[in-house]
Design a protein around this ligand. Structure first.
Ligand code: GRG
Length: 287
């Protein structure tokens, strides 16, 4: 298996499925549907749905049954980015290399497009007929998940916070969605409880690693490759790993987490080839 080719192949499958699930831009209300599509097809990496698909396949799941749930994660992720960019939150102008949704359309429509993506995500999750999956995603994005992390992130702006608090923010704001992506893949694929535990742990480590690398790239990355301005964390006084731990220690922590994530899936053997490859890919990512 070539993991890069796998990533590319699954990205295409996810894009085709999203194309099918998102309402036509010719259907009323047209501007809303255009706005939903504008953000969804702005060039995201599709990591979360691909993790769900991979976890589904790893535990023995077959066919396309995972696609509605996998795509629901991308809709939720996109909606979180739209809301995160709004003037009342981070007030950003650029995302995925394009003007943010509220800049390209308007603020009210951006808020509502996010809300509509949220609703569509739960319609897709409900179509699985699996209540546990609906419940797990609800918990992962609610007050003790992404939203809790985002509130802590906003509250931590321009004040001194501890490394422990930054870890809380990253685990909730970012790692919760990675973790649940692996979990719903494993649940829908019929994985055992032991497989579920291992994949959850992997998802949490990968998500934390992903956000630390995101923090590092905000300092050392290239705006062209990232599709968003660099240095915005510092300008906004955000609590990040480099701000509380310094750059060298943040990089060491990212490497440590990548090693732990890989170690945790070793026992799956060749079935986990993609998951074994991904932490190093994230460590060296530029965008
Ligand atoms: C409950 C979904 C939800 C949202 C409300 C606004 C908000 C609360 C949360 C924001 C959370 C947030 C923006 C976390 C950052 C996650 C992150 C590292 C995003 C970048 O992910 P990539 O690089 O993006 O995978 P692409 O563009 O490739 O999809």
């Amino acid at each position: 298996m070539d993991p890069k080719a796998y990533l590319e192949e699954k990205r295409k499958i996810v894009n085709q499925a999203l194309e099918q699930y998102l309402p036509s831009p010719r259907k009323r209300p047209r501007r809303l549907h255009q706005a939903m599509r504008y953000s969804c097809f702005a060039g995201g990496k599709r990591l979360r749905p691909i993790l769900a698909i991979n976890s589904f396949e790893l535990v023995g799941g077959k066919g396309r049954e995972i696609l509605p749930a996998a795509c629901s994660l991308e809709l939720i992720h996109t909606y979180s980015l739209i809301h995160d960019d709004l003037p009342c939150m981070d007030d950003d102008d650029l995302r995925r290399g394009k003007p943010t949704l509220h800049r390209a359309f308007d603020e009210g429509l951006a808020l509502l497009a996010g809300d509509a993506l949220h609703a569509l995500a739960f319609e897709l999750l409900a179509s699985t007929g699996n209540l546990r999956v609906v419940q797990e995603v609800s918990q992962a994005i609610g007050s003790q998940g992404i939203i809790g992390g985002q509130v802590a992130d906003l509250e931590a702006e321009n004040i001194d916070v501890s490394p422990r608090e930054v870890r809380y923010i990253h685990l909730h704001k970012t790692a919760a969605l990675f973790r649940v992506s692996l979990r719903i893949g494993a649940i829908l694929g019929g994985g055992s409880s032991e497989e579920l535990i291992q994949l959850s742990r992997y998802g949490e480590r990968l998500g934390l690693l992903f956000q630390i690398v995101d923090d590092i790239l905000d300092v050392e990355g290239e705006s062209g490759e990232l599709g968003k301005p660099v240095g915005s964390d510092q300008r906004q006084g955000k609590a990040t790993y480099p701000s509380v731990w310094g750059m060298e220690r943040s990089k060491r922590e990212a490497e440590r987490l990548a090693g732990l994530a890989k170690k945790g899936v070793e026992k799956f053997g060749a079935r986990a080839e993609f998951l074994y490859w991904l932490p190093d890919f994230i460590l060296t990512r530029r965008g």
